[in-house]
Design a protein around this ligand. Structure first.
Ligand code: G6P
Length: 372
C-alpha cells in the first residue's frame, strides 16, 4: 500500500501533488497549434450545439462546485444562459427542459445515483446530455449522448482533489468549444485564455511549491471549532469547496459565503479570533469586486476575525488586513479557481492530520454514492 501511495503518507497527498499532471493530461491533444479547440469526442453534432438555448449542469458534492464555476465561464464566453443544480434536487422540481437544452452531468466516478437519475430525467425530456467524467466506461458516460473524459487518473482518497481541477479544465474546454462552434465573442480575450489555460499546469505546480506556510498555519488551528470561507464571483464556489473539504476531512464546522452576502447575515457570526479564509479576486479587470472584498476583509478584521487571505501575487491592497497571506499566481479571472483551490485542499488535509483524522477514509463518507 505504501508503494501505491508513491511515498506519500496518504493518497490525498499524492493526488494533490499529481494535479499539475492531471490538468496537463486533461488538456492534452484538445487545443491545436493554432489555439483552436479539438473536442471530436463530444459527439453532439455542431448543428445541434449551435441551437442550444440553455445549458443545465447537474452534479453532486465537489463536482457541483465545478459546475458552479463553469456557469461563470459558459455565460461569459458563450452568452448562453446556464443553470447549475444539485443533481439530487433536479428532477423533483420538474425542470424546464427540451431538445434545445444541453445538460452537462459532472461526475468523477460516473456512478453517483443522484446524478444518474438527473441525466435520465433530462434525456426523457428530450435534452442532450454531455457527461464530464473521470472513469472510463462507467454508467453516467454510457447513458449520456457524449462524454468528455477528465484525465486525472484513478482518484482513491474520498475527498476529491485532482478530479476537481480536471473537471474545471473540462468545463472551460466545453465553454470555449461552445463559443468556438457558435462563433460568439471569439475575440482576443478568448485566444489569451486558451493560451493561459495551456500553461496553467505550471502555475498549479508553483502553488504546490509554496504550501509549507499553509500547512504550518493549519496545524495552529487544529483546536478551532469553526472556519468560515468567503469569496466572490468564481471565488465564491472556491469558498464553498474549501468549506466542504474542511467538513469532510477535519469534521469541523465550515461554511462558505458569497462575500457580498456577509452584511445580510453571516457577519453576525464573526467573533474574536474566528478564522476566516477569504479568496480575493484579481485586482486587474474586475477591480470593483476586488475593492469590495478588501473592505469585507477590513470589516471582519475590525470585529476580531483572524483573516487568512488568498490573493494574487502583486496584490498589495490586501496586505494591511491579512493576518495570514497566501499568494497565488496571476491568472485570467475565470481560471483563478485552478490555483486558488489548491491551498484550501492542503489546508484541510493538514488540519485533518493535526486532528488525528483518517485522511483518505473520512468517517461516514463514501467515494461514490450509488444510492439516492
Ligand atoms: C461523494 C464523494 C464526494 C463527491 C461526490 C460526487 O459524495 O464523497 O467527494 O464529490 O460523491 O461524486 P462524483 O463521483 O459524482 O463526482
Amino acid at each position: 500500500a505504501a508503494a501505491e501511495k508513491g511515498g506519500y503518507d496518504y493518497f490525498m497527498l499524492k493526488e494533490i501533488a499529481e494535479q499539475p499532471k492531471a490538468v496537463a493530461d486533461t488538456l492534452l491533444g484538445r487545443i491545436d497549434a493554432g489555439g483552436s479547440l479539438r473536442l471530436d469526442e463530444v459527439r453532439i453534432p455542431v448543428r445541434e450545439l449551435r441551437e442550444v438555448d440553455k445549458v443545465v449542469i447537474v452534479a453532486c458534492g465537489t463536482a457541483f462546485h465545478a459546475g458552479l464555476i463553469a456557469k461563470y465561464a459558459i455565460e461569459h464566453w458563450t452568452r448562453i444562459p446556464c443553470e447549475v443544480e444539485l443533481a439530487s434536487e433536479f428532477r423533483y422540481r420538474d425542470p424546464i427542459l427540451g431538445a434545445r437544452a444541453l445538460v452537462i452531468a459532472i461526475s468523477q466516478s460516473g456512478e453517483t445515483m443522484d446524478t444518474l437519475m438527473a441525466l435520465r430525467h433530462a434525456r426523457d425530456q428530450g435534452s442532450k446530455v454531455l457527461a464530464i467524467c473521470n472513469t472510463n466506461g462507467s454508467t453516467i458516460p454510457r447513458e449520456s449522448d457524449a462524454v468528455l473524459y477528465t484525465h486525472a487518473g484513478p482518484e482513491v482518497a474520498v475527498a476529491s482533489t485532482k478530479a476537481f481541477l480536471t473537471q474545471l479544465v473540462a468545463c472551460y474546454l466545453v465553454a470555449l468549444y461552445l463559443g468556438q462552434v457558435r462563433g460568439t465573442k471569439w475575440g482576443d480575450e478568448i485566444q489569451a485564455v486558451i493560451r493561459d489555460l495551456s500553461h496553467i499546469s505550471g502555475e498549479v505546480e508553483r502553488v504546490l511549491e509554496t504550501m509549507e506556510p499553509v500547512r504550518e498555519l493549519a496545524r495552529t488551528l487544529a483546536d478551532k471549532r469553526t472556519v468560515l470561507f468567503l469569496g466572490r464571483h468564481v471565488g465564491y464556489p472556491v469558498a464553498l469547496e474549501g468549506a466542504l473539504k474542511l467538513k469532510e476531512l477535519a469534521y469541523m464546522h465550515a461554511e462558505g459565503f458569497a462575500a457580498g452576502e456577509l452584511k445580510h447575515g453571516p457577519i453576525a457570526l464573526i467573533e474574536e479570533d474566528l478564522p476566516v479564509v477569504v479568496v480575493v479576486p484579481s485586482p486587474r479587470g474586475r477591480s470593483v469586486l476586488h475593492d469590495k472584498i478588501v473592505s469585507n476583509i477590513q470589516e471582519i478584521r475590525a470585529r476580531g476575525a483572524r483573516t487568512i487571505v488568498i490573493a494574487e501575487e502583486g496584490d498589495e491592497a490586501v496586505v494591511p488586513y491579512a493576518d495570514h497571506l497566501i499568494r497565488i499566481p496571476v491568472t485570467p479571472t475565470l481560471l483563478q479557481p485552478l490555483v486558488a483551490t489548491v491551498p484550501l485542499q492542503v489546508f484541510a488535509c493538514e488540519l485533518a492530520t493535526a486532528r488525528g483524522n483518517e485522511v483518505d477514509q473520512p468517517r461516514n463518507l463514501a467515494k461514490s454514492v450509488t444510492v439516492e
